[in-house]
Each structure stands twice: as structure tokens, then as C-alpha cells.
Design a protein around this ligand. Structure first.
Ligand SMILES: [Zn+2]
Length: 81
């Protein structure tokens, strides 16, 4: 399997981490808390108002966790896809 740089998000502690990993891997283990980290597939380019009609709940949770993570770390930047 080819490898790609992918963002993973821990739903438990909110840690976000980039991993250079096989494209068929969809989850990994959080190094901080040991919980499952989910892969962020194709970072949603939707408005940050949480009105994605497809997954309002899931998106809302994702956005909240991400905001909390950003608030804590506050200085990470991303190189994009
Ligand atoms: Zn975690």
C-alpha cells in the first residue's frame, strides 16, 4: 500500500496528529491517552458554522474537539493535503 500523510484525531482527548501511513489505515492509537484516533478523510472544507446537513452531530463534535485542541495548542499550522 502506498503511504500518505494523513491527519488523525483522537475523539477522547482531542489530540490531532499527522502520520505518514498506509492509505488503507483508517484508525490508529492515540499516543497521549491510548484511545482510538480516527482519520480525518478529506478535511471538510465546509463553513465553520456547523450546518453540514449530512452529519450535523458528527461534524459538530469534530469541530468542538478541534477547537478545544486548537485552544490548548494554539500554534500548530498545517501544510494541507
Ligand atoms: Zn487521545
Amino acid at each position: 500500500m502506498p503511504k500518505q500523510l494523513r491527519d488523525f484525531l483522537c475523539e477522547h482527548c482531542g489530540l490531532e496528529e499527522e502520520r505518514y501511513i498506509s492509505v488503507d489505515i483508517t484508525q490508529t492509537t492515540c499516543p497521549e491517552c491510548g484511545h482510538t484516533m480516527i482519520r480525518l478523510i478529506g478535511m471538510p472544507r465546509v463553513d465553520l458554522d456547523g450546518t453540514d446537513p449530512g452529519f450535523p452531530g458528527a461534524y459538530d463534535k469534530w469541530a468542538r474537539v478541534r477547537e478545544q485542541n486548537r485552544a490548548i495548542k494554539g500554534k500548530r499550522s498545517y501544510a494541507g493535503e
